[in-house]
Design a protein around this ligand. Structure first.
Ligand code: GLV
Length: 305
């Protein structure tokens, strides 16, 4: 019974080392290291080569290295009997909340303006109390962001495609998107990427926001129709955007977002998994799997998250 760490384009060494430290007996292979496919029962994956897992007859669990699982669920060739898990981690959650708060405050206070313009003149700024932040996607990360922003004093609401348990803020349902958008001045996208949510940040949606609304995307690049955003910012309907994720990453040098004065770019850093922090939950699930117990943080495959 062996473990495969598979993350082309991302060095697996830190993961392998941490797994060895925290579970010395574990037999681990770092793809593309030579290994016997029949021995692999547990895979720890980030953007695996499409279709590869159908060749692993004894694979039981694929664990995502991150909170997102679209890089796994979007592969139609993953056998139906394989369980997919994701990471739920306090550090990831805290980092995401802090990052979104930083982006929101940067938008309100335009923090680099004085430095960029060598200006000592105070400028007008947007007030916390005038904002209605609308968080799209109120799962683990989204609900933590709602809480952080609420604690700072923002009016916050959420939009969820599935009914949510009791919340301190208004959570608009799937059919209340127009109502949600009509009162939102800053959109924060934290939706999982599924067939239903791909391209959701498009011109039709932007038009339903009040003039001057601002977009923050910290979910996935595929949520956003990039040319629709550019058009709506250039016509002045949207005041700008902060984007941490892109359809193509790294964002190509010639991409118009780099030059756009109203679009801020960060390189997919909102919350990055620290192998040291999350290997304990991967090891716990590995042990549960070997003991025939149900693993934790399971992704509902029919929903895609
Ligand atoms: C990062 O994007 C993740 O899904 O953890």
């Amino acid at each position: 019974m062996s473990v495969l760490v598979i993350s082309p384009g991302r060095d697996p060494e830190a993961w392998v080392q941490e797994l060895k430290n925290q579970h010395p007996g574990m037999q681990i292979f770092a793809y593309p290291e030579e290994h016997n496919k029949e021995d692999i029962e547990y895979a720890i994956a980030w953007k695996h080569p499409r279709g590869i897992f159908k060749n692993y007859p004894n694979l039981k669990v694929i664990a995502s290295m991150g909170a997102g699982v679209d890089h796994i669920t979007s592969d139609p060739e993953i056998p139906k009997n394989v369980t997919i898990t994701r990471i739920i981690d306090d550090q990831l959650t805290l980092d995401m909340s802090a990052f979104v708060l930083a982006l929101v405050m940067n938008h309100l206070r335009n923090l680099s303006f004085h430095h960029n313009h060598k200006s000592w003149e105070p400028t007008n700024y947007l007030k916390i109390e005038d904002q209605n932040i609308g968080v799209m996607g109120v799962g683990v990360l989204g609900s933590a962001v709602v809480k952080t922003l609420t604690n700072v004093g923002f009016k916050v609401s959420g939009w969820a495609t599935q009914p949510k348990p009791q919340s301190d803020v208004t959570i608009f349902g799937k059919d209340q998107l127009d109502e949600f958008l009509g009162q939102t001045t800053i959109v924060v996208c934290l939706l999982p990427l599924t067939q239903q949510t791909e391209n959701i940040l498009n011109k039709e949606l932007f038009k339903k926001l009040p003039k001057g609304a601002y977009i923050i995307n910290v979910a996935r690049g595929q949520h956003l129709v990039e040319h629709d955003l550019l058009e709506m910012v250039d016509t002045g309907h949207l005041s700008g955007a902060s984007l941490d994720v892109f359809r193509k990453e790294p964002l190509p040098e010639e991409h118009p977002f780099w030059q756009h004065p109203k679009i801020s770019i960060t390189p997919h850093i909102a919350s990055v998994t620290d192998p040291k922090k999350v290997v304990p939950q991967l090891v716990e699930n590995y042990i549960r799997m070997t003991e025939g117990k149900p693993v934790k943080n399971i992704v509902k495959r029919e929903k895609g998250y």
